[in-house]
Ligand binder design. Structure first.
Ligand SMILES: *Cc1c(COP(=O)(O)O)cnc(C)c1O
Length: 229
């Protein structure tokens, strides 16, 4: 019941935020981030009608998805992905948010080809250039998008970012805006097979600001599933 209530509350907040800033609420999708949470909680969310879930760790995700059924939801990979795990990410996930290197994109394309899939991906930008975070530098993203557009079994659908945590989410606004600007630049390049339809940005504490700056996918963990210990 708690999870259903949390989701309804957040969906209402998303709707209001979108409408207040002149966007259509249907443009914004809520991803429930279920990392380190047991599958029973995901099941509760599915039973409440929720369909999009984000996971960070391949091994943990594979076990949960096998148990819940891949077709029961749309699965988003939002953790750091190593090339040697690309095969599993391609097999299990509908959208991989965290591609930040050509080498990784090539491996994803190769693995997707093997199973006759075109893998939807987002490019992760390390927008605040933080040493502790993965993601391509803002200056590299344009070239990376061009190179990725040449890969046959990968489809670039947008950008993802995770700015630093700020107690006041207003402080993240400039980073969200910068990512939006880059996505428009890439869109203007008209690259074959590239659809810059998604901006994956905003978490429990800052999703409203992210929506005001153009987010289409907000990744919310704590506010749905409770804090992670
Ligand atoms: C854990 C995580 C989230 C969710 O964070 P909350 O603050 O719990 O909402 C979102 N995005 C990524 C990439 C994460 O790793």
């Amino acid at each position: 019941m708690q999870i259903k209530n949390n989701i309804e509350k957040i969906q209402a907040h998303i709707q209001k935020t979108a409408i207040d800033c002149g966007r259509s609420p249907e443009e914004v999708h809520l991803i429930g981030v279920s990392k380190r949470k047991p599958e029973e909680l995901i099941r509760a969310a599915i039973d409440a009608g929720h369909r999009d879930f984000g996971e960070n760790y391949i091994q943990e995700a594979m076990e949960k998805i096998d148990s819940l059924g891949k077709e029961s939801a749309r699965w988003h990979f939002i953790g750091h992905l190593q090339s040697n795990k690309a095969r599993f990410a391609v097999k299990y996930f509908d959208l991989i948010h965290t591609v930040d290197k050509l080498k990784l994109a090539r491996e994803i394309s190769k693995q997707a080809a093997k199973i006759g899939k075109t893998q939807d991906i987002l490019l992760q930008i390390n927008i605040a250039e933080e040493e502790t975070k993965s993601g391509a530098g803002a200056g590299e993203v344009i070239d990376l998008a061009r190179q990725i557009s040449e890969l046959e079994h990968v489809s670039l659908r947008g950008l993802m970012c995770m700015p630093p945590f700020f107690a006041d989410p207003e402080d993240a606004r400039g980073y969200f805006r910068a990512v939006k600007t880059i996505s428009l630049e890439i869109r203007d390049m008209d690259l074959p097979g590239v659809e810059m339809e998604h901006l994956s940005m905003g978490m429990s504490n800052d999703f409203a600001v992210a929506i005001e700056e153009g987010a289409t996918l907000v990744r919310v963990g704590t506010a749905i599933f409770g804090s992670r210990d």
